[in-house]
Write a protein that binds this ligand. Structure first.
Ligand SMILES: C[S@@+](CC[C@H](N)C(=O)[O-])C[C@H]1O[C@@H](n2cnc3c(N)ncnc32)[C@H](O)[C@@H]1O
Length: 218
């Protein structure tokens, strides 16, 4: 079972209790929010957890329809609590190690601190699936835990977040920013860059080219 700590109530509760305290998190999230247009109609959140990102997005986008995917029944229960009675939010139980189910197309795909739990080859293929389900002009914004270039910087990150290294998630499969940006470009994303970074936290963004731009017309 991949990332099975997320099926453990203690692990999930500890994460959710401390989620707001994660250093610089709101800064990175606010840059993500800036890059998701206010007029988006459908947004997909991969590894949604308790629906944190969908909750932030819908503040300024009350008309959007959000789909949150996660494989942890505990997390989905927490998300159900957050979105109780909200018809515009759909929660889907799905393991991201498997190809995405049929969900329709989206104006934005977002993710926060989730995709790094997947093996590198699955990250790569998932980025391709995301490209395929984005509408032209649609944005992919991944607020992610990435690898440090050196062991010393990795230790410095854990010191900065006041977390002992032994608490590192056993399922973390951290990957450097450059490899992930290269994959996004290979899949055809436009405007690919790291839009924000602090130590091992990074916001990776790519845009599905509009047809006219892809054909060199625009
Ligand atoms: C660090 S939490 C982040 C949750 C939420 N996105 C947030 O920002 O608070 C990681 C999430 O990824 C989910 N996750 C990890 N591996 C997964 C997989 N293979 N398929 C689906 N979800 C997965 C976990 O269940 C958990 O909800």
């Amino acid at each position: 079972m991949p990332a099975e700590e997320w099926l453990n109530a203690q692990h999930v509760d500890r994460y959710l209790d401390r989620a707001d305290e994660f250093p610089r998190r709101t800064e990175g999230e606010s840059v993500l929010l800036e890059h998701v247009p206010r007029e988006v109609r459908r947004v997909l959140d991969l590894g949604t957890g308790d629906g944190r990102l969908l909750g932030l997005l819908r503040i300024d986008r009350p008309e959007m329809v959000g789909v949150g995917v996660d494989f942890s029944a505990l997390m989905l229960k927490a998300a159900l609590g957050r979105f109780a009675g909200e018809e515009r939010i759909e929660l889907v139980e799905h393991d991201l190690t498997e190809p995405l189910p049929l969900l329709g197309s989206f104006d934005a795909v977002v993710s926060s601190m989730a995709i790094h739990h997947l093996e590198h080859e699955r990250k790569r293929s998932l980025y391709g699936e995301i490209f395929a389900l984005l509408e032209p002009g649609g944005v992919f914004a991944n607020f992610e835990h990435v690898a440090s270039p050196t062991r010393r910087l990795h230790l410095a990150f854990f010191t900065a977040i006041a977390e002992p290294l032994e608490n590192e998630d056993p399922s973390d499969r951290l990957l450097d920013v450059e490899s992930q940006l290269a994959w996004l470009r290979e899949h055809g994303f436009d405007d690919v860059d790291c839009y924000w970074k602090w130590l091992e936290m990074a916001l990776l963004v790519g845009v599905q080219p509009c047809t006219a731009r892809a054909q060199g017309i625009g």
